[in-house]
Write a protein that binds this ligand. Structure first.
Ligand code: GLA
Length: 386
């Protein structure tokens, strides 16, 4: 029998209801989404967790026993039946709560009910919890305390439940996420479908460009079993949904994927996969690109150098090669030249360079490599290091 992979050995992959559907979710949507994850081939690419985000319970409270109650209009057959269905497809199911009395959208939260809620979720077969932090005290100590309570409650269930922390990075969860039992922690407020931040000086409505910058600062903290979460993917939203910022261009969506993979971020799809267009499918399902994210070494890329608006990032891979991203964050095209020494390679013997998006060997690399990089584009290369 194949050895069982430990939880979050590689960055978790899946789908989450929030970005596209917000409160407008129900069991039919989740079932159809799970079906689509199978029929489109997403499951075979590694997308595994189907996560029900906020707004799945009744809004006005708990039942007389203190249990959370799935909204019967949205989930008439309850979550257990849905979990069985999702499991039957070879997928896993996730759910959402908050470390306070109320979730971000104002539904009952789990503070003070940690053990009861964790036991309920375990009895349903839940595999993943996203635990939010709206309406909770701002200080770090309270956050650590509240996340510890839920982490312990999850552990007590005896069920393997992946624990996804969502306090948006303000209390440095990269420093304590693992010790409270977390497997991933958000590093920013919600990333919107936009290149730049939506609002000035806010914590929410983050642009893709800003999120990857935050990720760059935290690279050393991500690794096997505990990942910097740059937030759900906006690929394929194209201006629709809860986090609309007008949408990104194709090259920007591609950069978003490239850099989330370089950063070893979890990859949680946010678009409607029941209607997956070809362009979006090509971005979500390029196996050579996904292999960078899922590489078993689990070492997030480091930014090696900046040249004008262009940057060079490098990520070591388990086969001895390196992934190199040539990223242009500026608004005009640029020719970027990098020599072997700058990316820590010897210039002899020649090395094979593969363009991962094109899945083609493109060059023999000796002393240097040059690429024209369009505005907001990323060239994602794999370079043999021998
Ligand atoms: C917060 C989180 C989002 C989403 C919403 C739900 O904003 O950061 O990812 O879960 O709450 O209300």
């Amino acid at each position: 029998m194949a050895e069982k992979k430990p939880l979050a050995a590689t960055p978790p992959m899946g789908w989450n209801s929030w970005n596209m559907f917000g409160s407008n979710l129900n069991e039919e949507l989740i079932r159809e989404t799970a079906d689509a994850i199978v029929s489109t081939g997403l499951r075979e690419c590694g997308y595994e967790y189907v996560v029900i985000d906020d707004c799945w319970t009744v809004k006005d409270g708990r039942d007389p026993h203190g249990n959370l109650v799935p909204d019967p209009r949205k989930f008439p057959n309850g979550i257990k039946a849905l979990a069985d269905y999702v499991h039957g497809l070879g997928l896993k199911i996730g759910i959402y709560s908050d470390a306070a009395d109320r979730t971000c959208a104002g539904y009952p939260g789990s503070y003070g009910f940690e053990e009861q809620d964790a036991a309920l979720w375990a009895s349903w077969g839940i595999d993943f919890l996203k635990y939010d932090y709206c309406n909770a005290p701002e200080d770090q100590e309270s956050a650590i305390n509240r996340y510890t309570r839920m982490g312990e409650a999850l552990r007590k269930t005896g069920r393997e439940i992946l624990y996804s922390l969502c306090e948006w990075g303000g209390r440095n969860p990269h420093l304590w996420g693992r010790s409270v039992g977390g497997h991933m922690w958000r590093v920013s407020g919600d990333v919107f479908d936009s290149w730049v931040n939506i609002w000035k000086d806010t914590y929410y409505g983050i642009g893709v460009d800003v999120s990857l910058e935050i990720g760059a600062q935290l690279a050393e903290y991500g690794g096997v079993g505990g990942w910097n979460d740059l937030d759900m993917l906006v690929v394929g939203l194209k201006g629709k949904g809860q986090v609309s910022g007008g949408g990104l261009s194709f090259l920007e969506y591609q950069t978003h994927m490239s850099m989330w993979c370089m950063a070893c971020s979890p990859l949680m799809i946010g678009c409607d996969v029941r209607y997956l267009d070809q362009e979006t499918a090509s971005l979500l399902m390029n196996r050579e690109v996904l292999a960078v994210d899922q590489d078993p070494l689990g070492i997030p890329a480091k930014r090696l150098l900046k040249r004008g608006d262009c940057e060079v990032w490098k990520k070591p891979l388990s086969d001895g090669a390196v992934a190199v991203a040539l990223l242009n964050r500026g608004s005009s095209g640029a020719d970027l030249t990098v020599n072997a020494g700058e990316i820590g390679l010897l210039d002899d013997p020649p090395k094979l360079v593969r363009d991962l998006w094109a899945q083609q060997d493109v060059a023999e690399f000796t002393k240097e490599i040059s690429r024209r990089v369009q505005p907001h584009e990323t060239k994602l290369l794999k370079i043999d290091s021998t």
